[in-house]
Design a protein around this ligand. Structure first.
Ligand SMILES: [Zn+2]
Length: 92
């Protein structure tokens, strides 16, 4: 999901990862093509999501977002996965 906001001779591109509601923004020159801006924003968003997953794993969480709230706070035990943020539980 993309949003483009023009400010003078720059464009602010906001990309949103829908499942996790993660948002990042980049600033591009106003002359950039829409496709270039989308590619750049997506790359930045992917890198951000990878970093979030790494940070989650470093804290002992699963490197996957919770399907209910989108936070990287899933903890698994032998029989289930539980989200520390919203408390959603899933059984294997
Ligand atoms: Zn959750």
């Amino acid at each position: 999901m993309f949003e483009f906001i023009r400010h003078g001779n720059t464009v602010k591109v906001t990309a949103t990862d829908t499942p996790t509601l993660t948002e990042i923004s980049i600033i591009c020159p106003a002359g950039s093509s829409r496709k270039d801006m989308e590619t750049l924003a997506l790359r930045r968003l992917d890198a951000f999501l990878v970093r979030q997953a790494e940070q989650a794993r470093a804290k002992g969480y699963e490197g996957q977002p919770c399907p209910a709230c989108g936070k990287y706070t899933l903890k698994s035990s032998a029989t289930r996965v539980k989200c520390d943020t919203c408390g959603k539980e899933m059984r294997f």
